[in-house]
Design a protein around this ligand. Structure first.
Ligand SMILES: C[S@@+](CC[C@H](N)C(=O)[O-])C[C@H]1O[C@@H](n2cnc3c(N)ncnc32)[C@H](O)[C@@H]1O
Length: 261
C-alpha cells in the first residue's frame, strides 16, 4: 500500500508510537538488506555485524523524527538495535528482557492505553494546591491518576481538607500509592478515572496529558457541582478559558489552569 502526502501523514500520526517505531526499524532493515545485496559491487564482503547494527540504529534515529515520532525517540530508535546486539554478545537471558518489559508495563501501562505516562507533581505545585484549598473548610480533594499517591497524602495533611482521595489504574504505582497513603494519610483506589463520581469532590486535580483533556472537561462539566474547582497541571482544556492561571516559580515553570465551576 502506498500512502502519500497529507493522508499518509495522518495515517502515520494515528499509529501508536511503538508500532510506528517498529515499522521504521523494519523499513531501515529492508534498506540495509538491499545495501548488503548491492555492496559487493563496491566493497567485498564480509561486513562486520557491528557496522550493520550501527548503520541500522543511526538510520532509524535519523528518519524517526521526520516520520512523525517525537524527536527524543531517536535515542530509543538508536539503542533498540544496539541494545539487542549487545544482549546477544553477552548472552543476555531473554527472560530478563521479558521481566523488564513486564515491570515497565506495570508502571507505564497508561502511557500506551491513555497516552498519559507517569511523572510526578513537585513540592512547589503541592504548596500551590494547599493555597487553593485554604479559604474553605471541610473540602474533598481528588487526584485523577494519582501516581505514587504523594499528592493525596500531602493534601490529607492540610487542615481544610476533610477527605483526600486518588484513583490510579497502573498496578505498581497504585500499590505504592496504597502504601504511601497508609503511612501518611489519604486514600487511593484502583479505579479508572472515567468511572469516578466527580460530584463528590470540591477540588479535582489532574496532571495528565493533552490527550484526555477534551473528554475530561465534558465529565467535569456534567458532574462537578457549582463552586467546585477543577485544576489541571500543565495541560489546559482546549478552547475553554480558565478562571485563573497560576504560573509557579519552580524550575519547570509549572502552570496550573484553574477552572471554577
Ligand atoms: C502524570 S502522572 C501524575 C501522577 C500524580 N497525579 C502526580 O501529579 O504526581 C498521571 C497518572 O495518571 C494515571 N492514569 C492515566 N490514565 C488513567 C486512568 N484512566 N485512570 C486512572 N489513572 C490513570 C497514570 O498511570 C499516571 O500514574
Amino acid at each position: 500500500m502506498v500512502v502519500s502526502g497529507a493522508k499518509g501523514d495522518e495515517v502515520l500520526e494515528r499509529l501508536p508510537k511503538i508500532v510506528l517505531a517498529l515499522l521504521i526499524q523494519g523499513m531501515v532493515l529492508l534498506v540495509i538488506a538491499l545495501g548488503v545485496y548491492l555492496a559487493p559491487l563496491l566493497v567485498s564482503p564480509p561486513y562486520p555485524y557491528w557496522v550493520l547494527i550501527l548503520i541500522q540504529g543511526s538510520l532509524a534515529a535519523l528518519v524517526s523524527c521526520k516520520l512523525g515520532l517525537p524527536c527524543w525517540w531517536r535515542w530509543i530508535q538508536f539503542f533498540i538495535p544496539v541494545g539487542l546486539y549487545a544482549g546477544m554478545l553477552i548472552n543476555f537471558d531473554p527472560i530478563w528482557a521479558l521481566v523488564i518489559f513486564v515491570v515497565v508495563w506495570l508502571v507505564f501501562s497508561n502511557a500506551f492505553k491513555e497516552r498519559v505516562p507517569l511523572y510526578l507533581t513537585n513540592d512547589t505545585t503541592r504548596q500551590a494546591l494547599s493555597n487553593l484549598v485554604k479559604k474553605k473548610r471541610r473540602q474533598r480533594f481528588l487526584d485523577l491518576g494519582c501516581g505514587l499517591g504523594g499528592n493525596v497524602a500531602y493534601m490529607s495533611q492540610q487542615k481544610p481538607v476533610a477527605e483526600s482521595h486518588g484513583v490510579e489504574t497502573a498496578p505498581i504505582p497504585y500499590l505504592i500509592s496504597k502504601l504511601v497513603t497508609l503511612l501518611r494519610g489519604g486514600q487511593t483506589f484502583a479505579m479508572d478515572m472515567w468511572k469516578t463520581e466527580l460530584a463528590y469532590y470540591d477540588v479535582v486535580y489532574a496532571f495528565l496529558s493533552p490527550e484526555p483533556m477534551p473528554r475530561l472537561w465534558e465529565k467535569v462539566k456534567e458532574e462537578m457541582h457549582p463552586g467546585s474547582i477543577f485544576v489541571s497541571n500543565s495541560f489546559p482544556v482546549p478552547g475553554v478559558e480558565p478562571s485563573e492561571v497560576w504560573e509557579l516559580s519552580d524550575s519547570r515553570k509549572t502552570i496550573l489552569y484553574i477552572y471554577r465551576l
